[in-house]
Design a protein around this ligand. Sequence first.
Ligand SMILES: [Fe+2]
Length: 304
Amino acid sequence: MAIEVKPILERFGAEVSGVDISRPLDAATAQEIVAIQNRWGVTVWRDTGLDDASHVAFTRIFGDVIHAPPLKDGPRFSQPELFDASNIDRQGNIVDDEKRRITNRGNRLWHIDSSFMEVRAAQSLLLCHEAPPHSAPTWFADARSAYDDLPAPMKDRIEGLEARHCYFWSRRKAGYPYTEEEIDAFQHATHPLVHVHRGSGRKMLYIGAHARDIVGMDRDEGRELLDELTAWVTQPQYTFSTDYRAGDMTIWDNLACLHRAGDFDETLYRRDMRRTTIRDPQSPGEPGDVVQDMFRPAREVAAG
Ligand SMILES: [Fe+2]
């Protein structure tokens, strides 16, 4: 059966079917899926039949898989590649503490996964194991088409600029009472504002909630510019949302789009989502690298 691709927006997002991704794929099929992903930026897969092991195995068709940071009370899964994006603990109870609520609020801001890391994330593969009975969607925004449509003077203005990204900046926006000085002490990563997406050759706006300042620009002016660009990318013509039932998966390319979690009552309903993440092949790093440097003070990171 041929792979079927049903576009969601004209230039962005597609629902893909007609291939069983829970089994090992031949090279031609894997290549075709990577090409579909590169073209559409976000793909939606229904009723995949994936479990933890086959989720990780399928992820490898896109490249090197990043390892998740170790959790204080231990992981819920045996694969170190799985990020826990749920609201439940190891016993299956809903976690309801202030820290988790702020983290979840932060995820509801438009962002790019791991943009606060020197090693950027490429594809994120989010698999639903359990969904609330009502909608708990993910939203996506087409940062390539939004770039294409920018007025020429804005393209000229932002070409060659860089932004500094910090995890704790987005947490402050989500309500955590960090001061600017406290955030200064944490690791930042600097990335070009305009990134060329390798899989399509198209330019995209590499921005989102972790982006704190523009390098060499007055702080207020830089933030105004970042806000203006985020408002541009997240206009309705560039965005869509997708819902999940158990077994559904979305794959988004962090080097092509922004995303955010949708609202749901996290104190009432269990939502078990597990994510794997591909390391941007243009960033430095090794297979099995762990996303954890964001928790280290800047001086420690500088010292290695
Ligand atoms: Fe995310």
